[in-house]
Design a protein around this ligand. Structure first.
Ligand code: ADP
Ligand code: TRP
Length: 344
């Protein structure tokens, strides 16, 4: 049997090139090796933690399904589905939550970042324990439970590999901790999932190279759907570092290094050869070429997506078929789990 590989993305807004280079492109490449039984899903339940409007969520779900397919995920090779269609996931999430110390959830970086997001950066650093407790007390419980649901997503299919960006590593470590706990108490059941990262595990924002490019900070994002004109404008405006050399130095020149990473990934050229090519050139020259590289790179994706937009029924059918397959596997795991924990 092939090892199981799974990943999900939240339908919480348009995908950006960080999502693509850090995750989605890797999903497609891994699928196409033929070495894994792949599951890719739309993490719609996780997206609820942001309290979206109903009409936005449903649009985002369909849009993300189109992104999956336009990027090259293939329902003949992978199981593609919506997380919310797998009812038994809730049972596993509950069981895992009874093995989870609350303190583990409270120390998750993503949780703290989400909870503190409304505060200014300078205020976050000097926050008192009392104020932090007050903010946590008001935040929705789903944000705290988020990693338990994610662990259930992974474990319910007996997953071995999880392709994600760097920001998800702590959540994966949490899932590994739950596997050790569960197996230690109830006997060998789950496998400790291993992350698979790309060469671009953490693309930084175009307007601030110290922050991750993130759907929740759209000003610094380059979206997969952006038109050539928008891409041109965004790259032109992207911050650069002092000096004028095109040299990779993520510590001292984080902005240009981030742009060079995009160039490297999309043009398939090494950092060394990019440095050589732009040795006596300006930031402006480099940005002009980078724009062309991005436009050309995204063009096939955008063309396919345009075609898919005309076929919403076909997309729903793919998601339904995928969910039917995933549900069976999830149910088999749950029967085993219930027996092991004494739920007769
Ligand atoms: P966002 O933070 O933009 O809302 P998600 O949390 O939905 O993105 O992430 C979807 C996938 O994309 C995850 O595997 C995540 O690790 C990856 N990812 C998100 N942002 C980046 C980034 N800036 N660079 C690389 N990978 C990223
Ligand atoms: N938390 C992930 C993200 O924000 C999405 C996700 C949910 C996921 N469940 C998962 C990723 C299981 C991998 C495996 O990107």
């Amino acid at each position: 049997m092939k090892p199981i590989l799974i990943s999900g993305i939240q339908p919480s807004g348009k995908l950006h090139i960080g999502n693509y280079l850090g995750a989605l492109k890797n999903f497609v490449d891994l699928q196409n090796t033929g070495r894994y039984q792949c599951y890719f899903f739309i993490a719609d339940l996780h997206a609820l933690t942001e309290n979206p409007e109903a009409k936005d969520l449903s649009v985002n779900i369909i849009n993300l399904a189109m992104d999956f397919l336009a990027a090259g995920l293939d329902p003949k090779k992978s199981i593609i589905f919506q997380q919310s269609k797998i009812q038994s996931l809730q049972e596993l999430k509950w069981i895992l939550s009874t093995l989870t110390p609350v303190s583990e959830l409270m120390r998750m970086t993503a949780f703290k970042e989400k909870v503190l997001q409304p505060l200014k950066l300078s205020d976050r650093k000097k926050i008192t324990k009392e104020k932090l407790d007050e903010i946590i007390g008001k935040s929705n419980f789903g944000l705290a439970e988020y990693p338990v649901l994610m662990a259930a997503d992974i474990l319910i299919y007996k997953t071995e590999f999880v392709p994600v960006g760097e920001d998800q590593l702590q959540h994966l470590e949490f899932a590994r901790m739950l596997v050790r706990k569960f197996n230690g108490k109830f006997g060998e059941t789950f496998i400790e999932p291993k992350p698979l990262l790309t060469e671009v595990p953490r693309l930084m924002s175009l307007d601030n190279p110290n922050k991750k490019m993130s759907k929740s900070l759209p000003a610094g994002c380059l979206f997969l759907d952006d038109s050539p004109e928008i891409i041109r404008g965004k790259i032109k405006k992207a911050v650069t570092d002092s000096g004028r050399e095109i040299k990779y130095d993520s510590k001292n020149k984080p902005a240009i290094s981030n742009l060079m990473k995009i160039y490297q990934a999309m043009a398939g050229q090494s950092i060394k050869s990019i440095e050589k090519k732009y040795k006596d050139k300006s930031y402006g020259d480099f940005k002009k070429d980078l724009t062309e590289v991005i436009v050309a790179y995204l063009s096939p994706f955008q063309k396919t997506k345009k075609r898919l937009k005309a076929q919403p029924q076909k997309i729903m059918k793919i998601l339904e078929t995928g969910a039917a397959k995933a549900r069976i596997v999830a149910q088999v795991t749950m029967e085993e789990v219930k027996k092991k924990i004494g739920l007769i």
